[in-house]
Design a protein around this ligand. Structure first.
Ligand SMILES: Cc1cc2nc3c(=O)[nH]c(=O)nc-3n(C[C@H](O)[C@H](O)[C@H](O)COP(=O)(O)OP(=O)(O)OC[C@H]3O[C@@H](n4cnc5c(N)ncnc54)[C@H](O)[C@@H]3O)c2cc1C
Length: 323
């Protein structure tokens, strides 16, 4: 019996969301017992032993030439086979773009239920209780699953990574699984990245987002300058993405990315429910808006009622002076 974690890798490196899943797996293992096992799907051997420092006891290395990049069916086959092999009580998968695609496939292959985008997990009475937002974040529901296993995806930046155990290496084992790669139902023909070396929005500690209140795309320079002063990543509301001012990769919200940074600064964003769905779990929210009735102030920890064209340059200036 084990807690199984799907290791999300990017260019061979372990992503922070995987460390968070490992931290939570360790916490669950303290209640449920059993080791924390990682399944790593990759085309070539990487330094998987390093996953030990993040909390893994054992790594199952599912190797396939097709795994040079994410493969829905192949990864699902490997993860489901690993869950059976280790008698997993729970399968923890990051709620990243790949994880959201993977988890339902794994649950279907195992014939069990799943809960997506969980913000808290608890093990009690032989069940896994998952807390997740519903109705665009207006409410939270708790779902109890039998440990047969329970398949869950974890919202990034909601779970604490385990304190690194220096020098602890995980045992890495080759894991054999069956998957017919000859007749794929879908093939990834290319991956286009927009981040250009920037921190991914879902992994950012600080985000400065701009909305229609900026009035024109060139005024986003104000957002970029404030973001640069804070060491933040730039986000956007859907209104400005739909207007073609910003790329879709920057959209925060129900039909964009779900983010949970330590600090979220919303500038000229009204706070429509669909925007709040993507950012209301941020730890500290600062809103700058000239309308005191703007709904964003209902979720904000700090609010500045004022003209962003005056407030943002002054704030940027003040932060730069602190450096
Ligand atoms: C199915 C569906 C899915 C959606 N998904 C998303 C999503 O993922 N993300 C998302 O963001 N939206 C989403 N939306 C759209 C959402 O409903 C809103 O239309 C959108 O969030 C509004 O963007 P905004 O706040 O930038 O613009 P507005 O609502 O126009 O707000 C602009 C704000 O700027 C303020 N302002 C104006 N001038 C100034 C100034 N000089 N100084 C300070 N403040 C100023 C105004 O007071 C106002 O509050 C979705 C809608 C639907 C129907």
């Amino acid at each position: 019996m084990s807690i199984l974690v799907y290791a999300e890798l990017r260019d061979g490196a372990v992503r922070p969301v995987t460390r968070e899943a490992l931290g939570e797996a360790k916490r669950l293992a303290a209640t449920l017992g059993g080791p924390v096992t990682v399944v790593a799907c990759a085309a070539a051997d990487a330094s998987f032993a390093a996953l030990g420092e993040a909390g893994a006891d054992k790594v199952l290395f599912a190797q396939h030439a097709a795994f040079a990049r994410y493969d829905s069916a192949g990864h699902a086959a490997a993860v489901a086979a690993a869950a059976k092999a280790v008698g997993a009580k729970a399968v923890l998968i990051p709620a990243s773009a790949a994880g959201k695609d993977l988890a339902p496939r794994v649950a279907a292959l195992l014939g069990v239920g799943m809960a997506g985008d969980c913000t808290a997990l608890d093990a009690s009475g032989g069940k896994l209780v998952a807390t997740r937002p519903v109705m665009a974040g207006k409410a939270y529901e708790k779902l109890a699953f039998p440990l047969s296993p329970a398949v869950v995806t974890l919202r990034p930046k909601n779970f604490a990574a385990a304190a690194p155990e220096a020098g602890k290496a995980a045992a890495v084992e080759a894991f054999a699984f069956t998957w017919d790669a000859a007749a794929p139902r879908a093939v990834v023909t290319g991956v286009s990245g927009e981040s250009g070396g920037k921190v991914d929005l879902t992994e950012a500690e600080i985000i400065v987002s701009g909305g229609r209140g900026l009035k024109a795309p060139e005024h986003f320079a104000l957002i970029e300058n404030l973001a640069a002063a804070l060491g933040a990543t730039v986000g956007a509301s859907r209104a400005v993405v739909d207007a073609g001012w910003r790329p879709h990769g920057e959209q925060v919200g129900q039909t964009g990315k779900t983010v949970s940074p330590k600090l979220y600064v919303a500038v000229g964003i009204s706070g429509a429910i669909q925007h709040l769905a993507g950012m209301s779990s941020s730890r500290c929210i600062v809103a700058i808006n000239k309308d005191p009735e703007a709904p964003i102030f209902k979720v904000a920890d700090y609010g500045v009622v004022g003209d962003l064209f005056e407030v943002v340059p002054a704030l940027t200036d003040a932060i730069q002076k602190l450096h």
